[in-house]
Design a protein around this ligand. Sequence first.
Ligand code: GLY
Length: 354
Amino acid sequence: MSKQKIIICKELEEDLKTVISSHKFDKLFILTDNHTSRHCLPLTKNIDFIHKASEITIGVEDTNKNLDTLAYVWSELSQRGATRHSLLINLGGGMVTDLGGFAAATFKRGIQFINIPTTLLSMVDAAVGGKTGINFNGLKNEIGAFAPASEVIIDSEFLKTLDYENIMSGYAEMLKHGLISNYDNWKELIQFDFSKDIDYKSLQTLIGKSVGIKENVVEQDPFEKGIRKSLNLGHTVGHAFESYSLRGKNHSLHGYAVAWGLVCELYLSHIRVGFPSDRLRQTVTFVKEHYGKLGFTCKDYETLYELMTHDKKNESANSVNFTLLSDVGEIKINQIVSKQEIFESLDFYSETMG
Ligand code: GLY
C-alpha cells in the first residue's frame, strides 16, 4: 500500500493550494455532506481551485454510508465527466472519507483522492490508514478496500464546529493510541484540561502525535495481519457496547463506546498479562470523569457477550479475540479470553464506573 502524506496545517488555504497544485489532474471534484458543505467548505473560499471544483453533496447521517449513496457518487462523477485523471477531495467526517475513498478507489479502477477530515474521530482514525468502504446488509464496513488517500490534511480549525461529545468521541481513539504507544503520550492525554475552553492549538499538537502513532502502526502492517490489530484495543467490548446502545433509546457515539471498552479491556490486560494496576486506575478515572457510563445490568451480560462473538476479528464463532497490553506500549495481540473473564471485566466496569 502506498504511503499517504499527512499534513498538519499551519494555514489551511495555503497548505491546500500547495497540495492541489502538486497533483496533475483534469477535473477537480469535492465530496461534502450537508453539514460540511455549509460550515467547512466556506473556510476554503479563497482558493481558485475550489471555486472551479465540482461539488457532490451527500446526506450527513451515517445511514447514508450505503450502496445507494455510493452509486450516486459514481454516477455524478460519470455524468460530470470525471476521467481516470480526475482528483477527488473528501471533506467531512468518517462517513465521507470512507465512502468517498471507496468511490475514488473503484471509479475507473481508481482515481487519486485527498482527505480533509473535519471531525476529531476522522482526523485521528478514519481518514488515515487507507481503510475505505460502506456498510452493507446491516453490517458495518462490510464492503471496502484498502486504498490510501494521497494526502490527509488536518486542521483543528474544523473542530470549532464540533460539540463537546464529538470532541470526546474522537479523543477516545487518541487515548487508545497513547495506550498502545508510550507512557509520555498516554500521560499527556489523561492530563489534558477539558475543564475550560478547549485549547485547540495544544489539541492540534496532540492530534499530530496521535496520527503519527497510527501511521507508524499502519506502515508496519498495512493489511492488518499482525501489529495493526493493536488499533482494535478497546473495540471488541466497545463495538458490543455500541451495538447494545443502538438497540435502546440512548445511542452512544462510537468513541464513548471505545472509552468504555478500554476500561474492560485494560482490566482484562491486568488479569491476563499484568497491565499495572495504577495505570489501570488512572485511565478508568479519566474515562469515568469525561465519558460517564453506559447503563446495563448483569442480565445484559449474555447479550453483550453474544455481540462480542460476532466481531469480524474472531477466528471462530465461539471465541473472542482481544488485543491486550502488558503495560503502556507493550502490545499482546491475539489473546483468546474466556467468557468467565469477560463477565468479570463487566463486573469490574459496573463496580468502578459507579
Ligand atoms: N480503525 C482501525 C484501523 O484503521 O485499523
